[in-house]
Design a protein around this ligand. Structure first.
Ligand code: ADP
Ligand code: MG
Length: 572
């Protein structure tokens, strides 16, 4: 028509669409989960906006999503009465990818289908997943508060471009019409859609409705004169539980439901590693449902990446990514926090400096640390999986969170001379269990990588004496150690620093031998000192090397050689 405008997709959208249709086909059912999830988000957003403007509901306050099938037209329609979209919304949400991490995502694509499909899942498949099963999608939408003739239609084949048309739409919200590709007719069966909805969307808090056929009036058992069964009219019938999942009690919930709920709120594709669901009543009232993902996001180190919990107040959605409830070193945690104590009109500014926020943050932090402690205790394998994904982030903890320093320290894992290979498996607790009789300190070495750590000459004396040394080779380790100086009353000591005092581990004979050697070599030491002059602070006889003739050490209180390198690379 005359008012139709054609727009090109952003290049990234075209690329994503192509990838998605091919690599996610074996998982095609997820399109329905994504579209229902968007409808639920749209209901949440409307409820939130209506807190300050109740008229937005008009005469349609029962929020729901409806799924219907037209076998003749071969379409599936997903219709919601949520917030809807304006023309600008449609252009930015259904024509571009505005998310942070987009460029990292495209940089990370490898061309390997299995790897890429997993990456797409992590990135979030969303609305565009409709094209896995559709040759064309029509979206009719009217924003809450907009007049009927201010509605907009978006239509596309999911290739190069889409069309926008101004339309009239009687009701508020968004209607998505999927024109199925050839061969997708199995999706036109109501029982099939119902099964998909039950599998993936049972946790959605608004009702997901499908049409239930009525019954015509029928004759009774005794023929025309018998009692008649009255006609039952058809009706929209909820096929889901339709209550906010976190408000249900644990005993009512199956693992699968927790897992699907996670995928909805985290926009993830994979099941979470573990979760913790808690309701607290009394002085403070809140419910938290906190998840640890199975995999680190590909853009975990992107500082701008949104993180934080989904915040509800008295079951009303308030905001996504409320980062005030988790410390930065737990930024990988996903979940929902529903508070009864915060005001409904709470904003990010109010949250910033608020006593309730602080106590909720303390509580949520504790929940996560406890969940990790339990996992570390009960399931080694799972914990190491967690550690490999998020250990580097957790290492920021001791510097950030003084109050939980010891707890966090007990969760750290390192490579060690007691384990073959670079795997980070040894914690301080295990180290202490393995300490030698008379050993009082925890020994470690820092290096650029595992190989240089494990081959270091500094380790010789420790090997000889059978003392374990932790091998710290991550970039962040120096930073960690500048904030963590002891564990369980035992000092952490670098094997490369200053005079190594092995304390009670040195027996009397060894001490005597040391003294004699010091005498014997004193003139040699003097000669070396004179030769090297100002280049060194001191030259000392060492007893710690057993095979290598000499090594460079830093002062006890000086920067370690690793730290010096780190500073140099930062241009200091
Ligand atoms: P995500 O849900 O992760 O934001 P999607 O691709 O699923 O990504 O959706 C993109 C955006 O399109 C949403 O963030 C939302 O703003 C908008 N949108 C999609 N579906 C609807 C809908 N049913 N009602 C209102 N807005 C929608
Ligand atoms: Mg979505």
């Amino acid at each position: 028509t005359v008012n139709t405008e054609t727009h090109g997709f952003q290049a990234e959208v075209k690329q994503l669409l192509k990838l998605m249709i091919h690599s996610l086909y074996s998982n095609k059912e997820i399109f329905l989960r994504e579209l229902v999830s968007n409808a639920a988000d749209a209901a949440d957003k409307l409820r939130f906006k209506a807190l300050s403007d109740n008229s937005l509901y008009g005469d349609d306050g029962e929020l729901r999503v409806r799924i219907s099938i037209d076998k003749t037209a071969r379409t599936i329609t997903i219709d919601d009465n949520g917030i809807g979209m304006s023309r600008e919304d449609v252009i930015s949400h259904l024509g571009t990818i505005a998310r942070s991490g987009t460029s990292e995502f495209f940089d990370n694509l490898s061309g390997d289908q299995a790897k890429d499909s997993q990456l797409i899942g992590q990135f979030g498949v969303g609305f565009y997943s409709g094209f896995i099963v559709s040759e064309m999608i029509t979206v009719n939408t009217r924003a809450a508060g907009a007049a009927a003739d201010q509605a907009i239609q978006w239509e596309s084949e999911g290739e190069g471009d889409y069309r926008l048309t101004n339309i009239t739409k009687e009701s508020r919200g968004t209607e998505i019409i999927l024109h199925l590709r050839e061969g997708e007719d199995d999706l036109l069966e109501a029982w099939k859609l119902r099964q998909i909805v039950n599998k993936y969307s049972d946790h959605i808090s608004i009702p997901v409705e499908m049409w239930k056929e009525g019954q015509p009036e029928s004759e009774g058992p005794d023929g025309p004169d018998g009692e008649k069964t009255p006609a039952v009219p058809g009706e929209w019938d909820s096929v889901t539980r339709a209550s906010a999942l976190w408000t249900l009690s644990k005993s009512e919930l199956k693992d699968e439901e927790y897992q699907e709920f996670y995928k909805h709120i985290a926009h993830d594709f994979e099941d979470p590693l573990i979760w913790s669901h808690n309701r607290v009543e009394g002085k403070q009232e809140y419910t938290s449902l906190l998840y640890i993902p199975a995999r680190a996001p590909f853009d975990m180190w992107n500082r701008e990446k949104e993180h934080g919990l989904k915040l509800y107040v008295q079951r009303v959605f308030i905001m996504d990514d409320a980062e005030q409830f988790m410390p930065t070193y737990l930024r990988f945690v996903k979940g929902v926090l529903d508070s009864n104590d915060l005001p409904l009109n709470v904003s990010r500014e109010i949250l910033q400096d608020n006593k309730i926020t602080t106590s909720l943050r303390t509580a949520c932090t504790k929940r996560v640390l406890t969940m990790l402690e339990r996992m570390a205790k009960n399931d080694d394998e799972k914990y190491l999986k967690f550690w490999n994904e998020f250990g580097q982030v957790l290492k920021e903890g001791p510097a950030e969170d003084m109050a939980n320093k010891e707890k966090i320290a007990s969760l750290l894992r390192f490579s060690s001379t007691s384990v073959d290979g670079a795997a980070q498996e040894v914690g301080f607790g295990k180290y202490i269990e393995n300490m030698q009789e008379g050993q009082e300190k925890i020994y470690y070495i820092t290096a650029d990588n595992y190989t240089s750590a494990v081959k270091s000459a500094y380790l010789e004396i420790f090997k000889k004496k059978g003392i374990e040394v932790l091998l710290l080779t991550d970039r962040i380790d120096e930073w960690l150690l500048s904030h963590l100086t002891d564990f369980d009353g035992k000092q952490l000591v670098s094997v490369t620093k200053g005079d190594l005092d092995l304390g009670a581990l040195d027996d009397d004979d060894a001490k005597k031998a040391k003294e004699e050697a010091t005498e014997e070599f004193s003139s040699l030491i003097e000669r070396i000192k004179t030769t090297l002059g100002e280049k060194v602070a001191d030259v000392r006889l060492t007893h710690r090397l057993t095979e290598t003739p000499s090594c460079v050490v830093t002062n006890e209180d000086g920067m370690s050689s690793q730290m010096i390198k780190l500073m140099e690379s930062a241009g200091q």
